[in-house]
Write a protein that binds this ligand. Structure first.
Ligand SMILES: *Cc1c(COP(=O)(O)O)cnc(C)c1O
Length: 392
């Protein structure tokens, strides 16, 4: 009988754990050393070579979670993203990316790539044909993000992977919003899977880290650049991240359930204009999300009714906190127009589909009744303020 692959929570809890041979403790020992005996060239251990015991252990867990042969852990999501892109792109190459992208990635490409002689095209549409139309003879990479930030649009993983295979192009995904709990892109043919581990992997808003998972061959190529760029993660943080990831499965499933309930409640709310959540049958990407995701995720966004002020809405919330980041066990919201997209003009934002009343919502693990009540009181208060301003 073929051994069955271990299930999600078993991998989260045990995979890659280091054995405490000396004291038989049940937790991985932490090896902070930067100096190891020189055995032979392949075995030389050093934090920036991504091969200390704790780094190797946690990499095995992440590879198992993403159904990948191999993985590396980085000092941030952006270190993982920049290293992966640059490992596959050289002067004269071209990359196709979706326009609806994490802001840091968008900036990296549009502000830095030209000086390395790398050209790029952004697609506004998310149909596979929109990506294929941008391919040139020198295109080496297609880079996607699904579900996307902040409107939770869905891109078709297997269609993108088919296009890439036909054209001999490497496919890369930022899988941060889904987490490995909800989506395993490698099962759909995607080559390189990237995470900001600062988000669901860490899950407690206290760790900054990144991760990449792929085949041994691709990871060797990424490693060759990674050790030169030097974006490794401290072993202490690696150890903390291992602890956090033991509960990732149960955290994310609770966040999925809360997001679904919240999306349904907001759909019914008179002060809400629109709700964007892939778990809603009305979402344009719902059928696709159902096909390629195992859960719809803990992120949603919604639009306040015309005339309601996003800023005073944020101030009225009592449990849910305004915050730049996401994916922690605590619920947080963000107004893209006031924060991440504030440097764009209203017209530019509109081109992205981001209205001034749009709110991005990262669901935590609190009791959903408390969160719905908090939303309701804040929406009602904001509505009253809008009415009294209009009458004064
Ligand atoms: C936060 C985030 C990143 C960047 O990760 P850092 O850990 O902040 O460097 C990249 N992609 C997505 C989707 C993110 O949410």
């Amino acid at each position: 009988m073929k051994q069955k692959e271990k299930g999600l929570n078993t991998i989260c809890t045990h995979e890659g754990a280091l054995e405490d041979k000396e004291f038989k403790g049940s937790v991985s020992p932490l090896y902070m050393g930067t100096s190891y005996a020189f055995e032979d060239v392949d075995l030389k251990r050093y934090p920036r070579y991504f091969n200390t015991p704790n780094q190797e252990g946690l990499s095995r867990k992440i590879a198992a979670l993403e159904h990948a042969e191999s993985a590396l852990i980085f000092g941030s999501g952006m270190a993982a993203i920049s290293t992966s892109l640059l490992a596959f792109l050289r002067a004269g190459d071209h990359v196709v990316l979706q326009n609806m992208l994490y802001g840091g990635t968008h900036n990296l490409v549009s502000e830095q790539f030209e000086k390395y002689g790398i050209s790029y095209s952004f697609t506004t549409g998310l149909e596979p044909s929109d990506f294929e139309a941008k391919i040139k003879p020198n295109t080496r990479v297609i880079y996607i993000e699904t579900p996307s930030n902040p409107l939770l649009t869905i891109t078709d993983l297997s269609a993108i992977s088919d296009i890439c295979r036909r054209h001999g192009i490497v496919s890369m995904i930022d899988n941060t919003f889904a987490s490995p709990v909800n989506q395993n892109p490698i099962d759909h043919g995607i080559d390189v899977v990237i995470h900001s581990a600062t988000k669901y992997m860490g899950g407690h808003s206290d760790i900054c880290a990144g991760a990449v998972a792929s085949t041994k061959e691709n990871m060797e190529r990424i490693f060759q650049l990674a050790r030169g760029l030097g974006g490794s993660l401290s072993d202490y943080t690696v150890w903390l991240l291992e602890r956090s990831m033991k509960t990732m499965g149960i955290r994310v499933k609770a966040q999925n359930a809360n997001a679904q309930r919240m999306a349904e409640a907001l759909m019914q709310h008179p002060e809400v204009e629109a709700v964007y959540y892939p778990g809603l049958p009305s979402h344009p990407g719902h059928a696709l999300a159902k096909k390629q995701m195992k859960g719809f995720g803990g992120m949603l966004s919604f639009e306040l009714k015309e005339g309601l002020d996003a800023s005073s809405f944020q101030k009225s919330l009592k449990i849910i906190k305004p915050s730049m980041s996401l994916a922690g066990v605590e619920s947080t919201i963000l107004s893209p127009a006031l924060t991440s997209h504030s440097l764009l003009s209203a017209e530019e934002r509109a081109a992205f589909g981001i209205k001034d009343g749009l709110i991005r919502f990262s669901l935590g693990i609190e009791e959903i009744e408390d969160l719905i009540a908090d939303m309701d009181q804040a929406l009602t208060k904001t509505k009253k303020e809008a009415v009294s301003t209009a009458h004064s």
